[in-house]
Design a protein around this ligand. Structure first.
Ligand code: GLN
Length: 496
């Protein structure tokens, strides 16, 4: 079997037993990138030399008898919103074109410490704002299942890279759904850890109270291995949780739902959902029942207000976070010709450097935070946030996990929602509640919708620091689907 078709866990073992070298594994993935990324456009930057160098170092450390971790030598594609000191970091924006950070994000540093080989930086919606990668200043990525469709967003380069076998693993960030939604629409696994469970240090900020780094992979176990590699407490992030990483790898190895109480969220289905998505979701619920779970319906009435609350809170935080891009400190500078004042240079730089969606959100957020409107908008949204957290609390008194479809529809055609922000925002209808409350949530493949043959995702939500439950249930579902279909859902990237 080609090395690019292997799971990360398998590659780790093949390298540990000396059957293949990290250089061979890395080269196979670089060849695959050269072969297909012209069509997929998952990467903004391919770091071939740095990757091979890292692979050589893993091989020589292993040859010297060093005991290395399970992912040493395994390639990973890294979302271009994490700082990397040896590679450009753009956040998908023109305003950071050519920016080379002087330091590594904690997630980047931990990838390197675990011996992972960073293949390059992946495409994203500008500053992680979007659900399709169409807001990237560098053009959209494409869904390997149908190159005319979106791979989800904002981490769409990362989902496309893994779904097209250019990397077994990738990193993402999830502020309102940017890991789970791209995973669902490309047929892979994507996990949003508990907020504060993975470090935001060196992650270019969008909405600081929501941003959460997490893993993408083609199997639940691989996602857990990557999750474990880069998560855990970080003194550099003041919102980082002081506790052990939940036992995610152990859970992923022992998928089991017997006796588990599963709540189907009443508010996350029905009108507006694609029939094929709902059909696959119902099958997954029946499957959980047949595996011994106790399935009940649970109502979370405030979830209905999650989307509007998010679209006040996230833009408010972004309007503050993006104030630092002033043309003075990083990247682009426009109008610095001696004829303009500093304020004019800042205005010209921001006008030229930010795309339309980022400007829309800065304006929305500035408005929502302005005096006289603060209580009506931002303040009310924060109250809704509390109600959503209470709905989760009440639900988790009744059940161990909650489930829903990950997205209301399968991947939509590129261009279809580009001029309709409201339609675009609806892609995250099911994922946003877990961000507002800070819970753990995963998306695992849930079969193909009948009407278009495209992947759908099952979302499994767990309490804060209950990340291992997501993996335990995800692994049980994955195994049951494999038994039924005789292999992993994603055997081929069909369009390539
Ligand atoms: N699609 C959502 C938005 O546009 C979520 C993005 C994200 O999670 N980064 O804000």
């Amino acid at each position: 079997m080609s090395l690019t078709r292997r799971t990360a866990a398998e590659l780790g073992e093949l390298m540990a037993t000396g059957e293949v070298s990290a250089v061979e594994v890395t080269q196979a993935h670089l060849d695959r990138i050269a072969e297909v990324d012209g069509q997929v456009h998952a990467f903004l930057h391919v770091a071939a030399e740095a990757a091979l160098e890292q692979a050589r170092s893993v091989d020589s450390r292993r040859a010297a008898g060093e005991q290395l971790g399970p992912l040493a030598g395994v390639p990973v594609a890294h979302k271009d919103v994490f700082t990397t000191k040896d590679m450009p970091t753009t956040a998908g924006s023109k305003i950071l074109e050519g920016y080379r950070p002087p330091y590594d994000a904690t997630v980047t540093a931990r990838l390197r410490e675990a011996g992972l080989v960073i293949l390059g930086k992946t495409n994203l919606d500008e500053f992680a704002m979007g659900s399709s990668t169409e807001n990237s200043a560098y053009g959209p990525s494409r869904n390997p299942w149908d190159l005319g469709r979106i791979p989800g967003g904002s981490s769409g380069g990362s989902s496309a890279a893994v779904a097209s076998f250019q990397a077994p693993l990738s990193t993402g960030t999830d502020t309102g759904g940017s890991i789970r939604q791209p995973a669902a629409v490309t047929g892979i696994v994507g996990m949003k850890p508990t907020y504060g469970g993975s470090s935001r240090y060196g992650l270019i900020a969008f909405a600081s109270s929501l941003d959460t780094p997490g893993p993408f992979a083609r199997t639940v176990l691989d996602a857990a291995l990557l999750h474990e590699a880069f998560s855990g407490h970080d003194v550099m992030d003041s919102t980082s949780i002081h506790s052990e990483v939940p036992p995610v790898v152990e859970a992923a190895r022992h998928g089991d739902v017997a006796g588990l109480r599963v709540g189907v969220v009443k508010e996350l289905s029905g009108e507006g959902y694609q029939p094929g998505v709902l059909a696959r979701f119902q099958e997954a619920v029946d499957l959980l029942d047949s595996l011994g779970a106790k399935v009940v319906e649970v109502s979370c009435p405030s979830f209905t207000y999650a989307l509007p609350a998010y679209y006040l809170i996230a833009p408010s935080e972004c309007s503050s976070n993006l104030a630092r891009f002033d043309g003075m400190r990083y990247g682009l500078r426009v109008g610095d010709d001696g004829t303009h004042s500093a304020e004019e240079v800042m205005a010209l730089t921001r006008a030229a450097g930010f795309g339309p969606e980022v400007k829309r959100r800065i304006m929305l957020g500035t408005y929502a935070l302005s005096s006289g409107y603060y209580d009506a908008y931002y303040g009310s949204a924060q109250k809704v946030r509390t109600l959503i957290a209470r709905d989760f609390e009440a639900a988790f008194h009744q059940v161990d996990v909650l489930v829903s479809p990950t997205t209301p529809t399968t991947a939509f055609p590129i261009g279809e929602r580009a001029d309709d922000p409201m339609a675009m925002y609806l892609a995250d209808l099911c994922t946003i509640p877990a961000n507002l409350a800070g819970n753990a949530a995963i998306s695992v493949p849930c079969g193909l919708a009948d009407e278009d043959g495209l992947p759908t995702g099952l979302q499994i939500m767990a309490p804060v620091l209950g990340d291992d439950r997501c993996y335990r249930v995800g692994a049980a579902v994955e195994k049951a689907f494999q038994d039924r279909w005789g292999g992993p859902l994603l055997k081929e990237a069909p369009a390539l």
